[in-house]
Design a protein around this ligand. Sequence first.
Ligand code: BES
Ligand code: ZN
Length: 591
Amino acid sequence: MLSEDVHSFARPSEAVATHLDLNIDVDFGNKVLSGQAAYQIENKTGTEEIVFDTRGLQIEQAFVGDDMEPTSFRLGTPDEVLGQPLFVKIKPDTRRVTIKYRTSPEAAALQWLNPQQTAGKQHPFLFTQSQAILARTWIPIQDSPGIRITYSATVQVPAELLAVMSASNPTEKNPRGVYNFEMRQPIPSYLMALSVGDLTFREIGPQTGIYAEPATIEAAAYEFAEMDKMLVAAEKIYGKYRWDRYDLLVLPPSFPFGGMENPRLTFVTPTVLAKDRSLTSLIAHELAHSWSGNLVTNGTWNDFWLNEGFTVYFERRIMEELYGKEYADMLQVLGYQDLRHTLEELGADSPDTRLKLDLEGRDPDDGLTDIAYEKGNFFLQHIEKAVGRERFDAFVNKYFATYAFQSTYTDTFLNFLRSELIQGDAALAEKINIEGWVYTPGLPQDFVAPSSDRFAKVAETFRSWQKGVPAEKLATQGWSSHEWLHFIRMLPEDMTQQQLTELDKAFHFTTSGNNEVLAAWFLHTIRNNYASADTALQAFLTTVGRRKFLVPLYKQLIKTPQGKEKALAIYAKARPNYHAVATVTLDELLK
Ligand code: BES
Ligand code: ZN
């Protein structure tokens, strides 16, 4: 079943790619990938052309068949967001299409880092970020999450660097700099991924390990020591892990996301290396995508909540399994606060606050918000509460098993929900309230906000500070970074210099090694002109490229004319360190 994807030019019901043999050269000097993408294709209707997505690619030649017979091709009219369709002439019996191409140095999926931007400072570094529709900027591909391919790849890199992909991976460099990869499970295009750098590998468990620069590997191995336990916990809930190995790649700080669930090899920001394993729910999240997203995939970006809502739900189940309900409850409340914030920003009656989105004519990246994550999560929790955990788990297990290695649409899920769980029970249907959750903006009337016992204690402590107990006397012993984050989020918008100084002196927020704490604290220091945090803020903004941190901080800065001046000055310096995914958003914000 293929539903129309408004973000791809491909016409998979006519001719569809099923397997890719990628053969590329990585040229750091020119910031170019070049080589060929050879596809195994299925011509379903006997059509005379197959359509691929491209954006900014230079297409050099096209061939058909195993004996590489040259064939004609043309590029369609460019669209700023979608790029250009590539039409390649084929025959009804064509089974193989080969495209010779090169990328542009501006390819949005690629970030080329100079040595200075890495931890080791000696070697350049490259990584890709294909989600949502950026795979087409580094591979001519049918770039729709409704289409799956297996792939093999040969990648040539400078001899002193290692290449890794979302596939079977080497664990050691080889002197020729040639690496071979294979992904035997069919995946959607947005999970195509490559990284090249001075990388080393460290085993964590029998099935898990970490790739990182030598300067980072030690800290990463400590931080993520529990990844094997997470895998065990996840399998206990939703069944066998279907991708053989699960490894992490720790990237330089300019990585624009917290994590990206590239199959077999999650890409992760180094900003979660807090030295106390406090931010590892992010790993649980990316691991959870091995089921929700990678195994059963949102068929279009309008169905994004199927990926992220399920994943947030699953992430918190994994955390509950490992650290208990009290711990998971804190994550739920923080997530709920994020949801409230997003609802406020978008407006609770904005169509973008529905689970089922309508992103036609827009860059999907603009519409993919916390709504999919948190409202999606709370919808699934709501169903779980209505039928009980046991029944709900059996249902979700069956859903993953039924649609394994396929794409699903909001309707696919809802139909499955009706036939497997609701089964004509009118009272249950009313309680679940599909219409209210999926197709209506905002949150349904009967929504029950989550609560956390540990946060209730934080709130008590916070109130005693408000009533005059000095910060250094507050009962904060044993607080996790989540409790600190909650505390910081409770602080009033307007504070005096004296209050800020008092808190900082007692709790050292400005010098915190926890990036979540830092980012939340900076919102207050900016708003209240707390100059003592300026240097730290500037250092943060010029090194960290994670969009989730950058956007709120720049937004806070530009609220005043002086702040805007500061923001522009910092941005001028920091921009070269950011990935295109972040600069697209920030250019718009700061223009
Ligand atoms: N798949 C997403 C990242 C993504 C989403 C990239 C949409 C491009 C478009 C990833 O799984 C994710 O959700 N990352 C979060 C972390 C998570 C713990 C919420 C992030 O990067 O902040
Ligand atoms: Zn995710």
